[in-house]
Structures are given as C-alpha cells and as structure tokens.
Design a protein around this ligand. Structure first.
Ligand SMILES: [Cu+2]
Length: 548
C-alpha cells in the first residue's frame, strides 16, 4: 500500500543531486553552431513620455519541423525591456492585436490598482489601454506579463512576458556593469513542452492544475542553450524565473561564486556570495560574476525536489546558457556596499492579514502520478527545508523510497513514459472544475468577490501559509515591495532579506512579511495576492484586496 500523504509524495529528491557529483561541463567550443543569446531590445519613453507596446501572434522555430505558434510583445516571443526611470512618468500605449482578451500587469511596480493591469482591467481583442505609470521606487529588475483570469498560464506559455528595468541615480553612481547585452545580461529562464505538431503543450488538466506546467525544453530568452559573449571582467546577470511553475537551483558549471546584488524589488545592502541560487516562479535576482579570467562557464540548473519536476532532462544538471567572456576588458567592479535599506524593526506590528493557500483537488492530481510509479519519499529540493541550510537534513531523510528509480537516482524510463502520458493526455478540466480547484482562505478566486481591505501607507505584518498543504507556492502580492521577516520561524537567507514581491512557502510553510502599500486600490481595480504558479492562479489560488 502506497502512503499517499503529501509529505511522502512531495518529498522527493534533493539528495539525488547532492549525492551525484556535479559533472564539470566541458563548455561547448566557441561558434560551432551555437545560438547567440537573444537580448531583448531596450525601449525608453519617447519625447512625449510614451512607450507603444502591442501583444501579437507570431511563429518561432525551436526545433526542426513545424513552426511553433507563439505570442509576443512587439515581436514573435517574449518582449522588449522597458527602461523606466525613478521620478518620471510613462504612458504605455498598449494595443491588443490578439484574438482573445488579455491584460498587462506590471509585476513589481508600486502603482495604484487602476493601472496595475490585474484581472479587472481586461483589454478586448483589437482594444487599447493607456495607463500612465509614475515611477517612484528603487532601481530593480521587474517584469510584465498577462493577468487575465483564467488564461494567464496559457498566454504566458505562448510567450507573453517582458522585462521592466527601473533605473535611479543612486544605482547609476555605483557604476555596476550596465552595458545592455555586453556586461549587463538579462536572462529570462523558462521551460516548455513541445508536442508532436511542434506546438507548445498547453492543457489545464488535473495534472497541470495541481502540479503546474511541466516543461521538457529549457529556454533562455526564448533560445535553447544559447551563448552570451560578454566582456572580460565583472558581468551582471539579471535573472528572471519566468516559468509558469518550475523552480531552478542555479549554479556555475565551474563552481565559481555567484554574488547576489539584488532581489525582486532592488539592490541588497551588500553582495551575498552563494555557490547555488534557488529561484521560484516569478522571482528575480541580480547576480555579479567574476569573468576577469576570460574563462567561459555554463549557468546550470540542478534538479529540484518536486518529483514531477525531475522528469528528464531536469533529472540531471541542465546547462541553460554559456557565458563566454572574451570581449574587451570590462569596466564594472563589485562594490562592497550597494544600497541603504530601511531596517526591519525589532518590534513588528501585529499580524493584520492571513493568507492561506488551498488546494482542493491535490489528491486527484497526485494519485495518477503515484499509480504511474513516480518515486516518492525523499527529501525535497525546492522545499524551504532543502534551501541550502537544509541540505544535510534533506540528505539524511533520503534513505528510502527508491521505488521507481532506475540506476543513478534517475526516474525509471517506463515511469517517465507513463507520467509524461498523463501530463499530455489527461483531458482538460471543465471550466467549473478548473475554477474551483484551488483557493485562498478557503475559497476560489471570484472576480466579483469583495475581497479584503487593507490600510494605505502603514507598515503591516502579513502571514502567508498553506495550512496542511505541502506543495510549493511562490506567493506574489501586488502594489508593494515587502521584506520577508521570517520563513518557518527563521530569518530569511541574506540574499532573500531585501526587497521582495514573492514569498515562497512549501511543506506546510509559513512566511511572515512586513509590507507597506503606498498607493490606493479601489473596489473597481483591486490588487491581487496569489500563487505565481500560474496553473494555481488560474484555478483560483488568488485573492483580491483594496487599499485605502
Ligand atoms: Cu501555488
């Protein structure tokens, strides 16, 4: 009898990778057919303070054979990098050239609800939207993407996502590497599953709604294992986990240090040196890498704990992108201190809001995987417990539960085949089933639910948890940048202690945040608080709230 408790089902894996030695990748030799890393074009406001932007349909060729039908902003896939400056306003002149409604959410911008681009601001096919955004927050790497309910997941899969780079004077003075695409390199990391006819797999069946999108093809800026030629010096990587659901444990193939300089909402106080960087869906980190030697390396994704996310090729370290620093000498340096962040007070306000993530159909989504033989009972790699300080514990938990595993800690090929068939062949849920599968505080999202209200301009303490659920939920809150004050009762890791707009929880986790909402959001255009696993969001794991 298989124990189908969530604990056993979900705790698969980190130790698989911890035990296996990380291969030293022989970075592919120069040229030899490598795709150059696509660099999203920078777009700045024109003399009238306007940026024109459109969502449109296109095609891409990710592999030989039929082209893939895609969506993009101003192009076939993904979009430009909007460069916005603190203290300035910009009007986005947006046109929806798609044949379906969409919205454009400015993820991480601190702006009023009526320009936030949430589900209450749909843009009809052929329609336009002209929000004016007043930028008043520190320099940061943000992004924009659709937020139409309930098709956000599908629209992001097709390719709708772009970067927002906020610049400010303080950060300019630091003289960080800032030559776009030369020593300041944006990396949008995503995964896709391409099916027989060359199209992106995209179906909201019970497996997707519970487990999130499971891709087989890693893409960086829309390219497979591309190569970036950079200067020889310090190189700045602006990382976005733009995947629908997948987490990444990033590492340099030659074990060189990653110096984290910024998180979701801006720079840290000082660089934090790590050997491995875990990112959850929707999160951003800025990282500096010492490339003064000129030696190339790969940014590699190590396997994560969620068993279904260990299907090949993600059952082994996957090289995502090659950084080849063979250009001219760089100009940047790694500053000792970066930004002044307000201290988190020792005395916190009382908890004013609880957000509990709910999954109502998790057993239905997990049982088929169990029956297909997906291995279980091992330590979880993306779980909070298996963040770096927990790896030893994850390893020690990992002695059993090897059923379904082939030699070398990999999932047996027949199990991979069965689970892959489930992922692709399970029929789509009815709309009603989809919209009632997940929730926040006991109920699924509903557009006309009044939601809750919160105070403007005051520091608040919120508690984000998942009750008895154990699945990973990277929870995003609109209208703010917050500080994580504790994760499961412990302080966050140093590189997660700065400005954040996503707080991940898993394994019955609890995250407390200190948050201020500087801008208003009314009942006609409330802010959202939701899981950034887009299949969870689109199945109801979202709540709305007003600020005033
Ligand atoms: Cu979730």
């Amino acid at each position: 009898m298989i124990d189908i408790s969530r604990r056993n089902v979900l705790r698969t894996g980190a130790a698989i990778t911890t035990m296996a030695a990380l291969p030293r990748f022989a970075v592919a030799a120069g040229d030899a057919g490598r795709t150059a890393l696509p660099i999203p074009p920078e777009v700045r406001a024109n003399a009238q303070g306007t940026i024109a932007l459109s969502a449109r349909r296109g095609t891409m060729n990710f592999q030989p054979g039929p082209s893939t039908v895609t969506y993009g902003y101003d192009g076939a896939f993904l979009g430009p990098a909007l460069r916005l400056r603190r203290g300035k306003s910009v009007t986005i002149d947006f046109t929806n050239q798609l044949t379906e409604p969409t919205t454009v959410h400015w993820h991480g911008l601190i702006i009023p609800g009526n320009v936030d681009g949430g589900p209450h601001q749909p843009i009809a096919p052929g329609g336009q939207w002209r929000p004016t955004l007043s930028i008043d927050q520190p320099a940061a790497t943000l992004w924009f993407h659709p937020h139409f309910y309930p098709t956000t997941a599908a629209q992001v899969i097709k390719g709708l996502a772009g970067l927002i780079i906020v610049d400010d004077d303080d950060t300019d003075r630091l003289a960080l590497p800032s030559r776009w695409g030369i020593d300041d390199i944006p990396l949008i990391i995503q995964d896709r599953r391409i099916i027989d006819d060359g199209q992106f797999f995209d179906r909201m069946n019970i497996i997707a709604v519970v487990n999130g999108y499971v891709g087989t093809v890693p893409l960086v800026n829309g390219a497979r294992y591309p190569e970036a030629r950079t200067t020889r010096g310090w190189v700045r990587l602006r990382l976005l986990d733009g995947s629908n659901a997948r987490s990444y444990r990033l590492k340099a193939s030659d074990d060189r240090s990653l110096f984290v300089i910024g998180s979701d909402g801006g720079l840290l106080e000082s660089p934090v040196e790590v050997k491995e960087l875990t990112m959850y869906a929707g999160e951003r980190f800025e990282v500096m890498v010492d490339c003064r030697s000129g030696r190339p390396f790969d940014l590699v994704a190590l396997p994560v704990g969620d068993p279904i996310m260990q299907l090949p090729p993600f059952d082994a370290p996957v090289p995502l992108v090659t950084i080849r620093p063979e250009g001219a000498d760089g100009v940047g340096a790694l500053p000792a201190s970066l930004a002044k962040l307000p201290p988190v007070p020792a005395e916190l306000p009382p908890i004013s809001q609880e957000l509990v993530m709910n999954m109502f159909r998790d057993q239905a989504g997990m049982m088929p995987l169990v029956n297909a033989g997906l291995p279980m009972g091992m330590g979880g790699g993306t779980s909070m417990a298996a963040m770096p300080q927990g790896d030893a514990a994850a390893m020690s938990r990992n002695a059993s539960g090897m059923a379904g595993m082939a030699n070398g800690g990999k999932i047996a090929p027949e199990v991979v085949a069965r689970v892959s068939r489930l992922i692709e062949d399970e029929p789509a849920l009815s709309t009603e089933e989809q919209l009632s599968a997940s929730g926040v505080n006991g109920k699924p999202f509903a557009l006309h639910d009044p939601g809750f209200t919160t105070r403007q301009g005051l520091p608040l303490r919120w508690r984000i948890s998942e009750g008895t659920d154990q699945m990973l939920h990277p929870v995003h809150v609109h209208g703010c940048q917050f500080r994580i004050v504790s994760e499961n009762g412990r302080p966050p890791q140093a590189h997660r202690a700065g400005w954040k707009d996503i707080a991940p929880i898993s394994n019955r986790g609890v995250s407390e945040i200190l948050v201020t909402f500087p801008q208003p959001a009314g009942a006609d255009a409330p802010y959202m608080a939701h899981c950034h696993i887009l299949e969870h969001e689109d199945s109801g794991m979202m709540a709305q709230f007003t600020v005033g």
